[in-house]
Each structure stands twice: as C-alpha cells, then as structure tokens.
Design a protein around this ligand. Structure first.
Ligand SMILES: [Fe+2]
Ligand SMILES: [Fe+2]
Length: 186
C-alpha cells in the first residue's frame, strides 16, 4: 500500500521531469537486483529507492526548512546545497509516509556520499544510485559490473571517481566523502 502511494505521488511530482522518474526507476531496478544477489530485503530496497530523490524537485528553501526541522543547522554547513535533498527526503519519508525503519531512512540519507560502515541496504542504495542503467558517464559504466561482484570495492571506486571529479572541477567535497572512501579502501 505504501509503495503504491509513493509511486502515485512520484508520478504526479515528476510528470514534467520524465528523466528524473526514469532515474528513480533505474535505481529501483538495480536495487532489486542487488538485494536479490546479496540477500537484502527487496521491499525495503524498493521503498528506499523510490524515496531517495523524492524531494529533488523541491526548491532550496524547502530543503533548508526540512533540515532545520528534522536535523541540525550544521548539516547546511557540512553539505553543499545539491546534497540537501537526501536529508529533506528523510524528513518527507517520516512525515508523509510514516517510515520508521531506521535502515530505510539511513539508506535515503547516505545515498549521495555514503558513510563509513554502511548497512547492506545503505550500500545497495548508494551504489544503485551511481550505476543504475540510465547513468552513462564513464565512471558509472566502469563501476557497474563491479557492483555485482564486490559491493565494497564498487563503493570505493565510485567515491574515488566522484571525489576526483569534484576536486578537478573546483567543487567543495564534504569530509564525509573522504571518510567513506577511506573506510571502503580497506
Ligand atoms: Fe539523489
Ligand atoms: Fe538519485
């Protein structure tokens, strides 16, 4: 029931952004494959995948308000604005859909940069977001087959590539990205 409600809302929200919806369903598909492969709960994987970008369409003020309501102001300092949606999505998952499963909430929250010592579900959502079939940049294509062989290695490679990309393009890389990369380099 909850899945149908989220899917209806997503269709409505992203009716003018079909590519975003396509991406979300790419994450759903990949997360399902990886959950079956590695033995995670497929229903939790589907809910987390459906919700991970549910607030991506919202304006900056929405994310900021949600973060100030559900988290602490430090989040706004530590993360760059394009990453706020992971936090506001957790707020929406709780308040709009009554999600209380901490593993699902953590998977939504850590989908952009991961974090050290992620649960299996968190790893699956993080890497599914990176390698889902609609992602076509070279790093995603390179990491995709690794995700089906070794999740930890895939996470390391994904972080390594995206940190390098952001550093080369003058973007601010939040400390958590380095911490995740270091953790999964072992
Ligand atoms: Fe996202
Ligand atoms: Fe995403």
């Amino acid at each position: 029931m909850i899945v149908e409600r989220i899917e209806n809302d997503l269709r409505q929200l992203y009716r003018h952004q079909p590519d975003r919806l396509k991406h979300i369903y790419g994450v759903v598909k990949t997360a399902n494959e990886l959950a079956l492969l590695y033995g995670a709960n497929t229903k939790d994987a589907k809910i987390a995948a459906l919700l991970h970008d549910i607030t991506k369409i919202k304006p900056q003020s929405f994310h900021e308000d949600a973060i100030l309501n559900c988290y602490t102001p430090e989040i706004l300092e530590e993360y760059s604005p394009p990453l706020y949606h992971a936090f506001s999505a957790v707020c929406v998952a709780k308040s709009e859909y009554g999600i209380i499963n901490e593993d699902i909430l953590n998977a939504i929250e850590s989908h952009t940069l991961g974090r050290p010592n992620m649960s299996l579900l968190e790893k699956i959502i993080f890497i599914s977001d990176y390698v889902e079939p609609n992602r076509t940049y070279p790093s995603c294509c390179r990491v995709r087959p690794i995700a089906y062989l070794d999740l930890n290695q895939a996470i390391y490679e994904a972080l390594n590539d995206s940190i390098e990309f952001h550093e080369n393009n003058g973007g601010k890389v939040p400390p958590i990205a380095y911490k995740t990369k270091d953790f999964y380099s072992k």
